[in-house]
Ligand binder design. Sequence first.
Ligand code: ADE
Length: 482
Amino acid sequence: MHFHVLTLFPEMVSQGLSESILGRAAKKGCIELEAVNIRDYTENKHKKVDDYPYGGGAGMLMQAQPVYDACAAVKERIAMRRAEEGTPIPDAADEKGELPRVRVIYVTPQGEVFTQQMAEELAREEDLIFLCGHYEGIDERVLEEVVTDYVSIGDYVLTGGELPAMVMIDAVSRMVPGVLKNEESAETESFQGGLLEYPQYTRPEVWHDRPVPPVLLSGDHSKVEKWRLEQSEERTRQRRPELYEAYSRTDRAVSYLSKDRLSHMDMLEVIRRGQADVIRAEESGVLLHDRPSGAWMLSASDEDMGERLLSEIPREEKELLFLVHQAFLRDSIARRFHRNLVNECIQAVYTRKRPPACAADFMVRPLVPQNVDAVYESYHAVHSRTYLLERIEAGEMFGIDENGRLAAFAGTHAEGSMGMLEVLPDHRRRGMGEALEACLIARQLEKGWVPFCQIFDGNEPSLRLQKKLGLKLASGRLYWIS
Ligand code: ADE
């Protein structure tokens, strides 16, 4: 993971992050920090980087030119490094076709509040650029041109963006593999699984007349685990009631959805993968909001509950997308939201732990943005070109070439299902589809996920492929409505 910090105080950042765990991680090469002095990029002969705001007002503003040039220089260096490394998943060039697309995070109290979830998401990037403001801020025009994310570390105002950038770099770094000594500790500490950490004790066994809880000395592993979970739950309930409420909603959601696991694997998986908010969970129904796709996912055991769940969805949203598990919900959505573009699907789930053995041996490679039109030709009726490009850029689309041309492709949708599988007519019946899906399954199993896909009603070749690869078909139908 490469961090690049654009700042007027580079030493504050490099010194602040050179000690302890992050210092060690940098020495090991798990993370790399580049603190870039914005002042080095000013065209002003007095090295000035700020000026008075138009329209008057207190303080000075950072000017657009040095910020823009510092950012462009960093992106150029990233492009060169990636070219040297021969990064396997090529990055999309930006609109002008020159620089790699890298997230540029402007740290500002006006941004979205930073969370553990965000840290986990950012840890999946290869490079991150942080832009630290000073004085009264930065000229809006350069922000509009370079910034991809506006992030705050909380509702208070600091004197500059360096400390917030360092806070975020610390939280992101500890999610990068190899940074923490014990890989497990990134997963068990506070906030993971939505609970605060349980209390911990070390020697001596009795201190100030206070003994260590006896269960921890019992040597009984399962009793210790049970006690720790109870402590975590109780601590969260007392200290962070809003976190506890979200945790118990998730618990209720999982128990409703587990009554028919195959049919609900899509909803169970978005919860497991930590990408969904559980909006409502009752004994007879669940409403989730999947963040990556923006989809509202619903299942209800009766129409009454269905109506109640639907009433929680804001009507103002322009591009509503639903995934529902009952036909009555499909009809209610048509009435309520006037949406009736429906795809009826059957869910197939890969329940084994090992990836399927695959007879055919093809070279499967990640798709690059230049492949988008070939993919779009097969999918223009179902997905927009923008969506397909976004999946390619996310590194989630793969293909097989023959004689230098794309012969087959498949990928993972924003909400996590496998799909978009197409073998071009001249290449069918040779196992390319099987090889591609087996590759997607293997990637998901590696992450500890349960792979699943959704097959359009009537797509017999796909149903045959799922059976061949050992996926189990759910009994219920599901409906995508856009
Ligand atoms: N810059 C100043 N205050 C900040 C905050 N709370 N979060 C992020 N950046 C900031």
